[in-house]
Design a protein around this ligand. Structure first.
Ligand SMILES: Nc1ncnc2c1ncn2[C@@H]1O[C@H](COP(=O)(O)OP(=O)(O)OP(=O)(O)O)[C@@H](O)[C@H]1O
Ligand SMILES: [Mg+2]
Length: 248
C-alpha cells in the first residue's frame, strides 16, 4: 500500500497553503498527520483524494494491483480504487435514515453519481448484514431513524466510509464533535481492521494523546510542508514539533 505525492503544491491566489516535496502514506499501519490550525492538513487530504485540484504535483496510489496515477481521476474514481476520506465538517444526511445512508454508500453505482463509494458487486443480503453490524456497534439514539445530533452525523459519515471497505482510509478529525467514549469505539474498530490487514489509515487530529496512543507513525505538517516524520516517540521529542505546535 503506497500513496505518494511529489512536488505537491496548492495556492489560493498568491497564498501557497501546501508545498510538499515528497510524502508517502500507507506503509505504516495507522499513521497520524498533525500540525497547527491552518497548516494545510485538510487541504492535503483534499488534494490526495482529488477533491481539490493541485496547483502542481503528482499523486500515485498503489493498493496492490499496480500504480494508479491519480491526477487524471475524479474523486469518486479515486474512492473506487480504495482511497476514501471522511469529512472534517458534516453536512447532508438529513433526508436519509442512518441505515439508508449506509446502504447507499455500499451499493454499487449504476452511473457516475457520487453517492456510492463502493467498487464491487455485493448482494443485498451481504449489504444488509454489514449495515446492521455497523449500526449495532454504536449507541445511536434511534438505529432505525435519522442521525439526531452533530456527533451522530459525524459517526454516520465515518461508517459510510467504512462500509465502502477502503484500502487506505483518511480520517479528518474524527474526535471533533464526538463524545470521548464513541471516539474510542471508532478508533478501536479502525485499529482492529488495520490489525486484520483490511486497511491502512491516516488520521488527522489535534487530540495528541489519541495520536500517541493509536498511531504507529506520525507526519508533522507546518505551514504547508512536512517538517518531520517518525514514530510517536520521535515526534514527541522533536524540537521543531515542540516549538511550532506543542507550545514548548
Ligand atoms: N478554499 C480556500 N480558499 C482560500 N484559502 C483556503 C481555502 N481552503 C483552505 N484555505 C487556507 O489554507 C490554509 C490551510 O487550511 P486547511 O484547512 O488545510 O488547514 P488545516 O491544517 O486542516 O487546519 P485545521 O487544523 O484548523 O483544520 C489556511 O490558511 C486556510 O485559510
Ligand atoms: Mg483541517
Amino acid at each position: 500500500m503506497r500513496l505518494e505525492a511529489q512536488n505537491l503544491t496548492k495556492a489560493y491566489h498568491a497564498h501557497e497553503v501546501v508545498n510538499i516535496k515528497n510524502v508517502t502514506f500507507g506503509s505504516g499501519g495507522l499513521e497520524g498527520l498533525i500540525g497547527p490550525n491552518g497548516a494545510g492538513k485538510s487541504t492535503l487530504m483534499g488534494l490526495l483524494t482529488r477533491r481539490i485540484a493541485p496547483t502542481s504535483g503528482d499523486i500515485q496510489l498503489d493498493v496492490g494491483n499496480g500504480v494508479h496515477k491519480l491526477n487524471p481521476l475524479k474523486s469518486h474514481e479515486v474512492a473506487r480504487i480504495g482511497l476514501i476520506k471522511t469529512n472534517q465538517r458534516i453536512q447532508g444526511f438529513d433526508s436519509l435514515t442512518i441505515k439508508d445512508s449506509l446502504r447507499l454508500a455500499a451499493t454499487p453505482p449504476k452511473d457516475e453519481g457520487f453517492a456510492s463509494l463502493f467498487a464491487k458487486e455485493r448482494d443485498s443480503d451481504e449489504i444488509e448484514a454489514k449495515v446492521a453490524q455497523l449500526v449495532e456497534a454504536f449507541p445511536f439514539t434511534d438505529r432505525n431513524g435519522y442521525a439526531m445530533s452533530g456527533g451522530e452525523k459525524k459517526l454516520v459519515d465515518i461508517l459510510r466510509c467504512l462500509i465502502a471497505e477502503p484500502k487506505l482510509f483518511l480520517m479528518d478529525e474524527p474526535t471533533a464533535g464526538l463524545p470521548d467514549d464513541i471516539t474510542r469505539m471508532v478508533m478501536d474498530m479502525v485499529r482492529q481492521k488495520v490489525a486484520n490487514g483490511e486497511m491502512r489509515v491516516v488520521v488527522v487530529e489535534h487530540d495528541l494523546p489519541m495520536i500517541w496512543e493509536y498511531c504507529d507513525y506520525v507526519h508533522f505538517l507546518s505551514e504547508g510542508s512536512i517538517l518531520f516524520d517518525g514514530t510517536p516517540e520521535e515526534v514527541k521529542s522533536n524540537r521543531v514539533v515542540a516549538e511550532k505546535y506543542m507550545g514548548v
